[in-house]
Design a protein around this ligand. Structure first.
Ligand code: NAD
Ligand code: MG
Length: 393
């Protein structure tokens, strides 16, 4: 029996995780569920999974959940606030933590899980983008098992030799090929991008996801963050990682070897596959995902990414090459810009403009501890807010 904490259980990844867990009551037990403020859904999840703890960020909704659980006769204890997120990651009885909070908010609890030596199912790519160095050091020091849940990284993990030791060349790997659908605006005329709405940006052709990552997919910042994520997970340099546009999202990524072999992982675009893989590793379990029908897929297309259409992708490569605090700055500026776009305050094309401005304005400092990262994150957020206030004047 594996005991789980699910951070961000009310989100897209959290819901898919609970769907897989529910199929295997003999294998997984939920110890803690956490959410920002979606009290009704968290209550329903508590009724179904009967966790020992439920965490909400805000005091008012936490009190509400406490009352609802009490009325329903459930014993789940409700905790509140950011410290509680860390608390439920380090409990002795917890074996594995699904890190599925969106954005920088996921960093602290995920890092706490790594320090405590828990098995980590990592969906929150922002943890690695912001603090890859600090996080990977913590994983190595505690001996945590780290399973990538992002579909591309899960595919690469599956295509690399079992027990991969962080040495691409030593394992005969020539390149990592990171696939990208190209999002909803792959073929939209560039002039029209100025006027696209948040709902259009969130209408991903293949994947159903939270709104932040959906906008990132539309701008291809998501792929940029994933390049940085791949750097840390697989000890790959920017030059080792080639982004490949693949509109069908059937090949989730590939590894090219020096002998000419290219090993890919294929499947329907459904996050329950990488989640089930992470949960059961090194075994395989049913995920509820339909079998891939190759005859229905019929065609697989590939293209080189268009850096002019997707400047965010180039900015992410720039940040990775700059190293130090640059990726944390990129991530923070992007989070602020995406939130402003989702709030209808700035246009879609202002997202890369804000990120570029902030990335070029702030110094690149070296990262030796978490505080270096948090300081860069805070500076970049302020700089991005300033830039946005100038744009909307
Ligand atoms: P989502 O917006 O659907 O869900 C986010 C979850 O985090 C919710 O449970 C929400 O309550 C919680 N949350 C939000 N802000 C919080 C805060 N400040 N503090 C604590 N909790 C907070 O997001 P998602 O699409 O499920 O994505 C989650 C993470 O997984 C992201 O880092 C994303 O990049 C990554 N990811 C998602 C997908 C996908 O298919 N959705 C694929 C790959 C990677
Ligand atoms: Mg992905």
């Amino acid at each position: 029996m594996q005991n789980l904490t699910i951070l961000g259980s009310t989100g897209s990844i959290g819901i898919s995780t609970l769907d897989v867990v529910a199929r295997h009551p003999d294998k997984y037990r939920v110890v803690a569920l956490t959410a920002n403020r979606q009290v009704d859904l968290l209550f329903r999840q508590c009724v179904q999974f009967k966790p020992r703890f439920a965490v909400l960020l805000d005091v008012v909704t936490a009190a509400q959940l406490r009352a609802m659980l009490c009325d329903a006769g459930l014993k789940t204890e409700v905790l509140c606030g950011v410290d509680a997120l860390e608390q439920v990651c380090v409990l002795t009885e917890v074996d594995a933590v699904m890190a599925a909070i969106v954005g920088a908010a996921g960093l602290r609890p995920t890092l706490a899980a790594a320090k405590a030596g828990k098995k980590i199912l990592l969906a929150n790519k922002e943890t690695l983008v912001m603090a890859g160095h600090v996080f990977m050091d913590a994983v190595r020091a505690s001996g945590s098992a780290l399973l990538p849940i992002d579909s591309e990284h899960n595919a690469i993990f599956q295509a690399l030799p079992r027990g991969y030791n962080g040495d691409l060349k030593g394992n005969g790997v020539r390149r990592i090929l990171l696939t990208a659908s190209g999002g909803p605006f792959r073929n939209t005329p560039i002039e029209a991008l100025q006027h696209v709405t948040p709902d259009q940006a969130c209408a991903h052709p293949n994947w159903s996801m939270g709104r932040k990552i959906s906008v990132d997919s539309a701008s291809m910042m998501n792929k940029g963050l994933e390049v940085i994520e791949a750097h840390w997970l697989f000890n790959a340099s920017a030059d080792d990682i080639q982004v490949v546009i693949h509109p069908q999202s059937v090949i989730h990524s590939l590894v090219e070897y020096v002998d000419g072999s290219v090993i890919a992982q294929l499947g329907n675009p459904d996050m329950r596959t990488p989640i089930a893989y992470g949960l059961a590793y090194p075994e395989r379990i049913d995920s509820g995902v339909a079998a891939l029908d190759l005859f229905k897929v019929a065609t697989l297309d590939f293209a080189v990414p268009d850096f002019e259409r997707f400047p965010c992708l180039a900015l992410a490569y720039q940040a990775l090459r700059s190293a130090g605090t640059a990726p944390a700055v990129l991530n923070a500026a992007n989070e602020i810009a995406v939130a402003a776009f989702l709030d209808n305050k700035i246009s879609f094309l202002s997202i890369p403009a804000v990120v570029e401005d902030v990335l070029n304005a702030l110094p690149v400092n070296s990262v030796t501890c978490l505080d270096d990262v948090l300081e860069a994150d805070a500076c970049a957020r302020r700089a991005a807010e300033n830039k946005i206030s100038l744009l909307i004047k």
